[in-house]
Every structure is written in structure tokens, then in C-alpha cells.
Design a protein around this ligand. Structure first.
Ligand SMILES: Nc1nc2c(ncn2[C@@H]2O[C@H](COP(=O)(O)OP(=O)(O)OP(=O)(O)O)[C@@H](O)[C@H]2O)c(=O)[nH]1
Ligand SMILES: [Mg+2]
Length: 315
């Protein structure tokens, strides 16, 4: 199997007994269009909160380095392109008021950019908050003064509390198994509530903050699921090809939900919706309904195969 999700779907369609459907080639042409779509995600927060570490944990950065062309002298925001993903790694704020002003303008300008269809370019902003409490003020300033005023749709803000291992200065973090003890879990749950309350008091926006550790690879699947479900539905599957394929990253999460399984379900749902759009585009009046005998099992098999590294997914 090819490792790219849409190539897989295309191959399956080509090889299937799907010929009786006259629109096969036409649908495949529409899939080619889906391949060109981009998902733009920005990471913002205070200096040293872990933006770069988080990007490194979630995504396949070996590929990102290759296509990296931004001159750090002229642009403070670094952009990485990995398959369908465009990652915007913004400089940390809170170090120097002069630089903060310059960076804030750059971030605001990025948030105002439109794509060729006149839609806002940035699909999602992940705002990182320092779980070790060092600089909450900067994080709130970033949210209140830069992100909320300029982001088109506030549903696309993800609040991510990093360095959860350091929330109590390293106490109650179990270094042997890289997970928090119950005392730390209770503390972090209260922190989630206080962060949510603060943001809703000052901006009126209801968020659903989560905590994780980019360094110890804890709750990375939970973070990814939160990011995916804050994206437009038909674009959610576009994450798939760019993910870090090291199973170690995705192993340790709290057990409130089966995040890895839910990621797989989200990708299936999103891909089915996108293919439904492709079928409609291919033939007036056609829907994926007519294709379900072929597409349904194909989507399931392909998603299971390309996301196998998440572990424990295959039924
Ligand atoms: N203990 C702990 N340290 C972390 C975690 N995430 C990142 N760090 C450390 O924090 C430091 C800063 O991390 P970066 O990823 O460079 O942070 P950044 O937000 O990109 O920093 P700037 O780009 O300088 O604003 C590094 O030493 C990381 O190893 C975490 O979850 N736990
Ligand atoms: Mg950085």
C-alpha cells in the first residue's frame, strides 16, 4: 500500500469492480483536486512554552525540514509544509516589549490572510499555555489581544496547556511511566477549569482546554483529537499523511476516551464526506450513496492501514 491516504483510495477505486459506475474516472479527477487542499494550523504562545516541541511531537518533521525556505532574518514566523499541512510556528512573546509588538503585528497579519477563494487562510490556531505557571499573563494577552480579535471563527481556537509534568514543579509526575499521579491529575483538572473561566470572562468565548506534555509525549493523541474536531469537517482527514509515525508518541494518554480510535473515526467520517463531495462534483445528482458498497469498506481499510502506527486500532 502507498502510505498516502488519497493515493490509497484512488488505487482501491481503480482496482475495484466499480467500472459499472460510469463516473469512476471523473470521481478520480475530483480526488486529484482534494489532494491539492491545504490545512493551515498556527501555533502561538509565550516564549519557551513548547511550540516547537509540540510541532515536533505531532508531525513528521523529517519531511518538514526539506521544504523549509523562510529566511529567519526577515520573517519571524516559520512555516513548515508537510504533505497537506502548513504549520505556522510563531515566535514566543513575553520576552521584550519592542519585539512583542513586531511579532503581534506579524501574527495578526497572518490571521488576516485570505486564500485564492477569499476564505481566511488559517484554519486553526493552537494557543499554548505554560502548565508550569511561569507566564500565564502573556498567554492571556496573546489570546485576548491577538488571536480572538483577528481569527475568523472562534471555534477554531484550541487551548493547550503544555508541560503538565511541571505543573507542581515536577512533583507527582511519575517519571517511570511518564504519567501524572492522582494528586497532579486533580491539580491539572482544576487548572483546566480556571483557564476556561478566565478566557470566557474576558472574551466571552467558551473553550475546552486540555493538558499534555510535549516532552514526555503524554496526551498527544488527546491534543490531536481536540485539534481535529475543531477543524472544518471535510478537511479533518488532511492531517493524516503528515503525522509522526513513531508509535511511541501516541501511546500514553489519559483513559477518559479512546483517543486513537476516535482519531481514526474522525478521519473516516471526514474522508467519506469529502468523497461524497467528489462524487457529487463528478455527476449531477450522484452521491456517495451509490458508491457506498465500494467506498465504505475501502475507506475503513485504508484508514486502518495508514493510521496503524497509532496502535490498537484494527478491529
Ligand atoms: N518539562 C517539560 N519541558 C518541555 C515540555 N515541552 C517543551 N519543553 C522544554 O521547554 C523548552 C522550550 O521548548 P520549545 O519547544 O523550544 O519552546 P518554544 O515555544 O518553541 O520556544 P520559542 O520558540 O523560543 O518561543 C525546551 O527546553 C523544551 O525541551 C514539556 O512538556 N515538559
Ligand atoms: Mg520555537
Amino acid at each position: 500500500m502507498d502510505n498516502k491516504i488519497l493515493n490509497n483510495i484512488e488505487n482501491e477505486l481503480r482496482n475495484s469492480s466499480f467500472d459499472k459506475v460510469e463516473n469512476k474516472e471523473n470521481i478520480i479527477r475530483h480526488i486529484e483536486q482534494l489532494k491539492k487542499q491545504k490545512l493551515n494550523v498556527m501555533f502561538a504562545g509565550a516564549t519557551g512554552v513548547g511550540k516547537s516541541s509540540t510541532i515536533n511531537a505531532i508531525f513528521n518533521m523529517e519531511i518538514a525540514k526539506v521544504g523549509y525556505h523562510v529566511d529567519p532574518e526577515t520573517a519571524a514566523i516559520q512555516k513548515y509544509e508537510i504533505d497537506n499541512m502548513v504549520l505556522w510556528d510563531t515566535p514566543g512573546l513575553g520576552d521584550n516589549p519592542e519585539k512583542d509588538k513586531k511579532y503581534a503585528i506579524e501574527i495578526a497579519n497572518a490571521l488576516k490572510q485570505k486564500d485564492e477563494n477569499g476564505e481566511l487562510l488559517i484554519d486553526e490556531v493552537v494557543v499554548l499555555i505554560d502548565g508550569s505557571n511561569r507566564d500565564m499573563k502573556t498567554a492571556y494577552e496573546v489570546i485576548e489581544n491577538i488571536i480572538v480579535p483577528y481569527i475568523g471563527d472562534t471555534k477554531r481556537i484550541v487551548i493547550a496547556i503544555n508541560q503538565c509534568d511541571m505543573a507542581l514543579k515536577g512533583r507527582y509526575w511519575n517519571y517511570d511511566i511518564s504519567q501524572p499521579d492522582q494528586q497532579l491529575v486533580s491539580f491539572l483538572n482544576e487548572k483546566v477549569i480556571s483557564v476556561r473561566n478566565r478566557i470566557s470572562e474576558t472574551t466571552g468565548i467558551v473553550t475546552n482546554p486540555i493538558y499534555y506534555s510535549a516532552l514526555h509525549h503524554y496526551n498527544i493523541s488527546k491534543l490531536l483529537l481536540t485539534m481535529i474536531t475543531s477543524m472544518p469537517e471535510t478537511k479533518r482527514f488532511l492531517f493524516t499523511d503528515s503525522l509522526n509515525k513513531n508509535p511511541e508518541i501516541w501511546k500514553r494518554n489519559d483513559e477518559l476516551e479512546d483517543y486513537n480510535n476516535k482519531i481514526q473515526e474522525e478521519v473516516k467520517g471526514s474522508l467519506s464526506k469529502a468523497l461524497d463531495g467528489a462524487a457529487k462534483g463528478a455527476a449531477a445528482g450522484a452521491t456517495v450513496g451509490g458508491l457506498i458498497p465500494v467506498i465504505g469498506p475501502t475507506v475503513g481499510a485504508v484508514v486502518g492501514a495508514v493510521l496503524g502506527f497509532l496502535g490498537g486500532l484494527m478491529e
